[in-house]
Each structure stands twice: as structure tokens, then as C-alpha cells.
Ligand binder design. Sequence first.
Ligand code: PHE
Length: 344
Amino acid sequence: MDNPLIELERSALERIAAASNTEELEAVRVEALGRKGALTQVSKDMAKLPVEQKAAIGKLLNAVKQKLEQAIDARRSEFDAAALRSKLDAEWLDLTLPAPGTRAGSLHPVTQLQQEIEDLFHSLGFAVLDGPEVETEYNNFDALNIPPDHPARDMQDTFWVEGGYLLRTHTSAVQVRGMGRLKPPLRMIAPGRVFRNESVDASHEHTFYQLEGMMVDREVSVANLTYFMKTLLTAIFRREVTVRLRPGFFPFVEPGFELDIQCLICGGSGCPVCKQSGWVELLPCGLVNPHVLRLGGIDPTEWNGFAFGLGLTRLAMMRYGIDDIRWLQSGDLRFLNQFGGAAL
Ligand code: PHE
């Protein structure tokens, strides 16, 4: 009986080592150690043996049994460890990855600029007014000293709606509403979307953004106007700017100006951006025409004021070096994602 037991142990150990999963291992266990297994059979056969052999065989039997049980346990923990490892591998989670789900959007560059300018004017005591994009012909033109046959209407052709309405061509229309609502002295700005009948190209859009400003008080001067414009532009460009005024014609201001800033790229020596002139035309402005004040219900013998029109779209292009105005309305995320700084 000695050899068959050793042989049984050897072959069982071999099969335990060769088992490639817990099922195979269990089959080996049942065959070797189970109730109907080989070792059980040996212990049954022992009954027939002479007493003097029983003790020796019994001892060997127990040793083999123990050895096989240990080998099976060891192999089983190998399988368990491997199963755990592969489960951990499969369920591995990188906690440093950004969370999935919808990405937060961000404000459009023009909106960011608009909010910055609103904050600035707020701190200077200006109210921020809103007005409709579909305006009356009267508020957009007549009340700003542009009667129906005035040539200034040609420069601001727009989209007409029936019944004396149109898509406003400038935020100056909100001046008229502001004068009606606020009593002098008044300080207001009106940012918003405006429309013109334009052929679209790299520098012209049918839809763009402006910010109108108006201040009415006693004895407002061009010096006051220049001060506010310099403060504004210094804040926007985050550095001291040099400005100059040139005469400019707008029916609702008298005198009217084009305000230029000294080119920020070349510092005034001349470059392609300023077309070698050293100056960049930035915003139209002037002292409010007395007739416009009168139409707005303000007595021009008592009050006067200044107004300016800021091209928000244009300013955003200058600030960020955007070379084609069409990007701004494109809704192209490759473009918009570059301005993700300010969250919604
Ligand atoms: N509303 C004018 C435009 O859009 C700009 C402007 C505003 C000029 C205020 C003077 C004063 O062209």
C-alpha cells in the first residue's frame, strides 16, 4: 500500500498544480479527498490490513491527506488572489480624472467685455439701461435728429418691420428712452445688439454689439467727455492710453468727434494695424445736440451733456486680436472655448 499512496499523492499534486481554475481544482479535490475519492477508498481498504500495518498506513494516509489539503488550499488562494486582482483591474477608477457629464459653458467674449464695462460705469454712477431690438423708427432716427429725408439714414440702412418699426441700427435709440425715463442730471449706458443691412465680410456684420453712453448735467464739457473716455479706455486696455479728438459728423451731437487712441501695437510710430498713421479710430462721441435734448423732454438752456458710442464687437476684436468679425457670431466652439475664463 505504500507505493500506491505515494503515487496517488504525486499525481494529485501534479493535477492540483495543473488546475487552471477553481472548478478543475474542485474536481481534483473530490477525486482525491471526496467521500468516494481515492483516499477514502484507501482508508476503507485499511480495514482488511493486518493490525501491525494499520498504524503505519494510517499515519501515511493522514500525512498525504494533509499535504493534499494544504496544496488545494494554497492553489485556491492563488485563484482567489488572481480573481481579486482582475476584478480590481477591471473596476479601477482614476479619481484624478475630470468628472464626466456636461461641461460648464462660459460667457461670450463680447459679453465678458460688456460686463466689465458695465461694472466700470456702474462705479462711475451710470445706470445700465436696456432697450428693445425692434425699435420705432422715431426712436432710432427722428428723435436723434435724423428726419426721413436725412442722408444719415443711408449710412444706417436696416431691416424694416411693418408699422413704423425696424431693427435698431444703434444703441443710441436707448438714449431717447433714457431721457424719457430718467430726469436730469442723468448718467446712463445702454449695451446691446444692433443690426444693419450690410454685405458680410471680415470686418462687416449685419448683427453686432454696441454700448451707448450718455451723461446730462449742468455745464458738461468736452473735457468731461475726454476724461470719461480716457478712464474707460485705460480700464479696458489695462494701460495708460493717449487719445485725440477729430471732428466727426453725427446729427445727434454738436460738436461731434471721432476719438482715436494712439496705436497700442506700435506706440504711435506707425504699423500695419494703424495703417502707418500711429492712431486707431475707436469711438464716435460728442456733446448732445440741444434739439435732441428738447425732443427728449430736457430743457437745453438748463442742461447739456455728452454721448458716445462704443463698438463692443470691434473692441473685443481689438482686445483679443480677432481678425474676422464672422467668428463672433459663428457659434464655433473651437473659437468660443478660447474665452472660457469667465463662468456663466
Ligand atoms: N450711434 C452712432 C453710430 O452707431 C455712434 C455715436 C454714438 C456717435 C453717440 C456719437 C455719439 O454710428
